[in-house]
Each structure stands twice: as C-alpha cells, then as structure tokens.
Design a protein around this ligand. Structure first.
Ligand code: SF4
Length: 334
C-alpha cells in the first residue's frame, strides 16, 4: 500500500535529517512508498534540508571523456565495456592540448568543476603522470576544480593525484553490495569501496553515486543510500539508467519520473550535507519533471554524459533561473 502524507511526519524527517540523525530503515522505505500525489510534499521537505547547506544554489558540472571505449571491464550498463556492442566513438587518452582546450571551454561556459574521465579498470603509471601534468597546467591557468574518474585507484596513485591539484575523484558505488555481481563480474563492490577510502585518506573529495533502474529492488536502493551515508561522501551523483542499445541492459524499462524524484528525496534525507547531483539519464527519465529535481538535488551535469547527449548548458541555465534557483559562482573551493 502506498504511504500517504498523513502517515508521514515530514517535519520530523526534516528535523532528524538536519540533526544528523539517520532515518530508520522503515522511515526511509516510506519515502519510496509514498503515493505519487505526495511527491510534491516530499520535495518540499527535502528542499528544507537542501536549503540549509546549499541555499538556492545549483552547481553545474561538465564532463570530458579523456579516453573513450576500449575498457576491459564488463559493467552491464556501460557502452564502453568489453561486452558492449554500442557504436560509440573509441579513442585513446587525449593529449594535454586537447584536455586543456576542454578546460578552457568548461570555464568559458561557466562550469565550476572540470571532470576528466577515462574508460578503464584503473589507470597505468603513464595515465597518472599524464593527468597530473594536465591538472597542474589547468590549475595554473583557470580557476576550476579538477575532478578525475579513472577507475580503481590504490593509495600511492591517490596521493599523486592529490599532490598535482586534483580535488575530487569520482568512483561510483553504482548500486548495493548485494546487487553488484548482477551488473559486473570483473571487479567487486569492495574494490569500489577501497578506492573511495583511498581517495578520502589522500585528502581529496569523494564523488560517488550510482545508477537507478538497473533491476535493483527498493531494498538495494536503501542499502546503497545508507552505504553512501556511512562513507560520508562529499558528492553523490544519481544517474537514472538510460538503456543504451548494444549493452546488456538495453531492454530495461524506463523509470517513472515520480520514482526518480522519490529516490532523490531519499538520498537528500539520508545525506543532508552531501552534494546530490541529478546526473545521467535525468532528461530521458524525468522528462518534463526535470526542474523539480532541483528541490532535492543541488547539482546537475550539462551537455551530456560521455556517450549519450544531455541538456544543453543554455537550457540548463534557463531551467535553473526559471525555477528561482541560482547558478553557483565559479570560485574554486579546492
Ligand atoms: S569500468 Fe567504467 S568504463 Fe569500464 S565498463 Fe565499467 S563503467 Fe564502463
């Protein structure tokens, strides 16, 4: 039975969340169970939590795929995997000039953070040296936060990245520990946790989220949301599966927009101070309800997601302004 707003004390949820207290598992489940007619009430409550740390600001992030395709791993959702037949562009590591040009464009477009992403199980020594050099160069020219997403990292690699000026590392948990083997067999959930912890130990900020809609249960969603809370992640990108033709998940059902909003509320209540980003697949899954995501999320990606297209920067800016939110300034916090 869907829960109704009369059964939920939203003010109590807000109070608990802001006090740093975890909602109980039963309370968290009720957020996913509410009737669709109660989603606006849930968003209003999530907004109260969002506002305390992030005000009305929206952080806009841009991705640059520094190496595309050619990955030996078998993540079922990914068009760049070893088992994907998706007709994507494949290329090796971009040169320093190409990555610098990407940073220049990101800065010009008003992005605060520039993320360089490589398709790989993890980086080679050469990859790390190259990206550290690029990072030093970008930091000397532009006021941009630098984020990298390079796959599995060990402690010395994390330290080297930190020393070069990398402020953030993305490495997604993706889903729950229980469901992880269903989406990938070439590495484990624990490999991912170890990487996040190496990043934290090196003193960098962690960006680690997941993908909703891969066939996981609500219990998996709760496990994932509580795991994110336990790890005290700085940023949690929530992707909504955009099934890509040629990947094992190509036939997956689209998510309902209301479900996407409930999931964003769940993550906001359990992670009140973390950046929550409405990420990949928001356009195709949230459709006309996209702007409502901003009540729970305080960050978005623009201009696409590595191998799929996304909302254009200008449209995103318009959406943010139309909703009465502000685009976050481009000062670096690293
Ligand atoms: S490790 Fe990354 S790039 Fe490789 S298949 Fe998995 S998600 Fe795709």
């Amino acid at each position: 039975m869907p829960a109704t707003s009369t059964a939920i004390d939203w003010a109590d949820f807000v109070k608990k969340s802001l006090a740093g207290e975890a909602l109980s598992r039963v309370e968290a489940q009720t957020i996913l169970d509410i009737d669709d007619s109660q989603v606006l009430t849930a968003l209003q409550a999530a907004y109260q939590v969002r506002q305390v740390t992030f005000g009305n600001r929206v952080k806009v992030c841009l991705l640059q795929n520094a190496r595309s395709g050619l990955c030996p791993e078998d993540c079922g959702y990914c068009s760049q995997s070893n088992i994907s037949k998706a007709p994507i562009e494949k290329y090796g590591m971009l040169s320093e000039e190409e990555l610098l040009e990407g940073a220049r464009k990101a800065k010009e477009a008003g992005a605060k953070r520039y993320c360089m992403v490589t398709s790989a199980r993890g980086p080679s020594k050469h990859d790390i040296d190259h990206l550290c050099q690029v990072t030093r160069n970008i930091k000397s020219k532009y006021d941009l936060e630098i984020c990298v997403s390079l796959g599995i990292l060990d402690q010395p690699q994390a330290e080297q990245l930190k020393d070069s000026g990398v402020g953030w590392v993305n490495h997604n948990l993706n889903t729950s520990e229980r469901f992880y083997p269903e989406i990938c067999s070439t590495h484990t959930y624990q490999d991912r946790i170890n990487t996040v912890q190496a990043v934290q130990k090196a003193g960098m900020m962690t960006c680690s989220g997941g993908i909703i809609g891969m066939g996981e249960t609500d219990q998996d969603l709760l496990d994932f949301a509580y795991a994110a809370r336990e790890l005290k992640l700085d940023s949690i990108p929530i992707n909504f599966l955009h099934p890509i033709k040629g990947t094992p998940l190509e036939g997956s059902a689209r998510l309902k927009p209301m479900k996407c909003l409930k999931v964003l509320c769940l993550f906001r209540f359990l992670n009140p101070k973390s950046e929550i980003r409405a990420a990949g697949g928001r356009e195709v899954n949230l459709r006309a309800l996209q702007p409502l995501a901003l009540y729970a999320a305080n960050s978005i990606f623009v201009e696409g997601y590595l191998t799929t297209s996304g909302q254009k920067m200008e449209e995103a800016h318009q959406m943010i302004k139309d909703m009465g939110f502000e685009i976050e300034s481009t000062e670096s916090v690293v």
